[in-house]
Structure formats: structure tokens, C-alpha cells
Ligand binder design. Sequence first.
Ligand code: GLN
Length: 315
Amino acid sequence: LVIPDWGGFCNQIEEMFEQCRDFKGGNVATYIPQLARVDPEFWAVSICTVDGQRRSWGDSMTPFCMQSVSKPFTYAIAVEELGADEVHHYVGQEPSGRLFNDICLDYNSRPHNPLINAGAIVIASLIRQKQCFSDRFDFTMQQYKRFAAQGFVGFNNAVFLSERETADRNYALSYYMREHKCFPPNAKLQETLDFYFQLCSIETNADTLAVMGATLANGGVCPLNGDRVVCNRACRDVLSLMYSCGMYDYSGQFAFRVGLPAKSGVSGDMIIVVPNVMAICIYSPRLDTLGNTVRGVKFAEALVECFNFHNYDSL
Ligand code: GLN
């Protein structure tokens, strides 16, 4: 077993879980009513190891939309389909140093990386390009479900409709990118954006999202059923980018203090991957000014205080 004293480990996690409950700073996202209405007290931590040990605390069955936590999975699916070289013809690997929805491109007029809005919109345009959008959505949903070993992966249509209604920035970003020839030649702007909003609106819960993360911790093979969802290379690439770009404008500090690949979303969800060991999913809707879940960041920092999971702890 990758964590031999599972009971003792879980007791320590539970203690951190209770301590982090006290952090009540930050605010829920308010740009769409579906997020503004969420109970800010929701608090969940779920763990899934690469050998399939699982444990959850708190509101781990409460559904939430994935928002930006969808981005690493969509990117991995694109790399699996097209290969890293083709994908990175369209999008870079550099932290942008700007807000996630900023209208800016890199020196090559490409999005900085696949984990900010610009990059994720371009990635959406690359998946199954030759198919119609209904099939492209179906395909991507099926792949998400494979990451989750067929756990709970749904779709929140109200979130999708709201995202589309309040998307001036994403429209502006997309027109700007079309001007700079960021998309493949036949990409349709409106449909690409709808697809991007739909991916943000995919619903899951902490219990299931931990399994999706554990598939990344396990090199692309789902630990619950042995299904190889993406190749090792796609997995390596997504974890590298999560390490450098996964936590918005806190990514550098997070890499320094926590030293683990992670990704957060504006619904208050977050995954932390300990490669070859496990994934942790956190859900707590109150966000700091950068858009990261407050309790999630505190929990990650407490985790590496207690265990030597930081990338450079074992030196
Ligand atoms: N769906 C929102 C957007 O595209 C936010 C995504 C996120 O979690 N940062 O702007």
C-alpha cells in the first residue's frame, strides 16, 4: 500500500479538515447567480490514492460545477488526441503573470498556457475538430467519466446558460484571439465558446473529483478500474503545467510553499496531486482576491507542514 498506516493518516487529515473549517475569509463568486447563491459554508475534502484507498470528509457528495478545474482534464484529453507538439503549436507553457481572464497573448501571439481562459478556449477548439459539436461534447464527457471511473459527472445547464449570458470578457478574448489567428482554420467562434462554457459547467462532487485527480497522480490510469485514460506523456504535461500555472496568480507562491501540482476553480473547487501517491479534492466556495478557495490554500499549506509531500522535501 502506498500509504501503509491509512488509519493514522486519515486521523491527521481529519484534524486539518477541522482546523481549516475556521477560515472564513473570502467571498463566494458573484458573477453568475448560480455561484452567488451557493452556501459559503460548504466544506469537503476527499482523498483517493493511486492504489484506490479513498476517504471523504464533510460535504463530499454536494455537487458543484468544475469551472477552471475542467481545464487540466480538457488539456490532457487534447494532448492524448493530438499529441503535445500539435497542441503546443497553439498554446504556450508559460505562466501569464496576469489574471486568468486577462486579454493578453504571449510574444508569439498565442495564449500563455492551457490553464487560463484564453488557452482553455483554444484547447476547446482543438478537440475532435472534424465532428459536430454535440459529438464533441459527448466525447469529452465520456472521457471525463473515464477519469472518474464512471463516478458522478453531470452537467449544470443553468450554469451554462449564465456563463454564456455574462461572458463579455470571454467573447472579447475570443475575438482578439481570432484576430491573431490563434484558432485552427475552421473553428467556429460561437460554438467554440459554448463548448468552453459547457466544460466549465460540468458538475461533479469532491468524492468523484478526487478519483479524477488520482488518475493524474497515477500516470493517466484510473486507480479504481485500471482504465488507461490518457498516456503518460499527456499526464506529465498536465502536471507540469498545474505546477507552474494551476493556481492563477498565486501559482508561483503555491509552487514555492506547497510544491505540488494543483488546480483551482471559481466555484471553490481544487485538486492537489501528489504524483505516484494520491490526489486530494477540496471544495469550499469562499475565494480570495485571486480566485482561489481560501480554505483550500490553507489546507494545502497545512498538508505540507505535516507531511513531506513538497516536491523538494526529500532532498
Ligand atoms: N467560467 C469562468 C470564466 O470562464 C471562470 C472560470 C474559472 O474558474 N476561472 O471566466
